[in-house]
Design a binder for this molecule. Structure first.
Ligand code: UDP
Ligand code: MG
Length: 325
């Protein structure tokens, strides 16, 4: 029987100091598994400004398991992983950071869980977020996400995970321009497992995640999995109309029963206020249509088939995403 292929995807942005160490650690782990599996290591250079690409090039000359892709500029971590997903040919695909925060020693365990039937294996950080600011913002963010998103996105995971090629096929079908991959992987709904382990500290170099990149990722998580922001207008509209009617009832009763005189401008203010509420409702209505257009555009599959019986073909085998070389 031919060996199963495992792809390892490494997004790389200014990691020249970490790459040699990572390669050494990764080799030790992969060599020990070489009897049973074949490996491909896909390194995506995401517009690094240091010597990362030349290191990747020389490593790939040295070791034919290593495949390199270099972006023309920095496109971002999620897009680098997406490119890895486009090029991967493995039966299982592992994504991990290249800064040694995701220890390669966990790879055998990831593969073990996959072999025992999980389609998705996440590494959950048992020692989550270090500094106070990150801890507060991340817990607030996930509470918000949990309350407005219909799928369950696990907490304390980053992009250190293994997915089966079936999961990959589903992800390749969608055409999202701002992918939030941990959400998309969870969205597929395939059976998943967790490995609990602490993440290490970044070895060398600086984090490539600036605050603005973090905010963008957080925003992609919300907009990619919830149309809630579009519905906010409807809540405002209903609130305004409701309070507007109360005001209207109040002044009407006051004027009719108690003969209080209200000048015209006071009546007008209430009418304008009511119309603003109606405008908000119309905005929401437009938002609903835009939401539908958005769902069509990102072309996420309508459903995901986990298994079939007596079909000679697999319904999921839609052609791969177009690739530009
Ligand atoms: N990364 C990338 N493009 C970017 C930022 C980061 O490919 O624009 C890579 C980076 O080299 C690392 C991984 O994504 O392998 C995680 O980034 P980082 O360690 O900077 O994030 P943090 O761990 O601080 O959240
Ligand atoms: Mg890191």
């Amino acid at each position: 029987m031919p060996k199963k292929i495992i792809s390892i995807i490494l997004p790389i942005f200014n990691e020249s100091e970490n790459l040699p160490i990572l390669y050494r650690q990764l080799s030790t782990v992969l060599d020990a598994l070489a009897m049973r599996y074949e490996f491909e290591i896909i390194m995506i250079n995401d517009g690094s400004r240091d010597s990362s690409w030349s290191i990747i090039s020389s490593l790939s000359a040295l070791d034919n398991r290593i495949k390199g892709i270099s972006f023309s500029r920095n496109f971002g971590h999620q897009i680098a992983i997406s490119a890895g997903y486009d090029y991967a040919s493995g039966d299982a695909i592992i994504t991990m950071d290249a800064d040694l925060q995701h220890p390669p020693e966990l790879i055998p365990e990831l593969i073990g869980q996959w072999e025992s039937g999980a389609y998705i294996v996440y590494v959950r950080n048992t020692d989550p977020v270090q500094n106070f600011f990150k801890r507060i913002t991340s817990s607030l963010y996930y509470s918000l996400l949990d309350s407005i998103v219909s799928i369950e996105i696990p907490r304390h995971i980053q992009d250190f995970r293994l997915i089966d090629k079936k999961v990959l096929r589903v992800i390749r079908q969608s055409k999202e321009k701002s992918p939030y991959l941990r959400g998309m992987v969870a969205w597929t709904g395939y059976r998943s497992a967790f490995i609990d382990a602490p993440y290490a500290k970044r070895q060398k170099g600086a984090s490539g995640y600036s605050l603005s990149k973090m905010i963008k990722l957080a925003f992609d998580g919300v907009t990619g999995f919830s149309l809630f922001p579009l519905k906010i207008a409807s809540y405002i509209g209903l609130f305004v109309i409701f309070t507007g009617f109360l005001m209207f009832a109040y002044v009407t009763i006051d004027a009719l029963l108690f003969r209080v005189h209200y000048p015209l401008y006071k009546w007008l203010i209430i009418v304008v206020y009511l119309f603003i509420g109606i405008l908000f409702l119309l905005l929401w209505l437009i938002g609903e249509y835009i939401g539908r257009i958005y769902e069509e555009l990102r072309a996420r599959p309508l459903y995901v088939v986990a298994d079939t019986r007596n079909f000679v073909y697999e319904k999921n085998s839609v052609e791969q995403r177009m690739q530009c070389l």
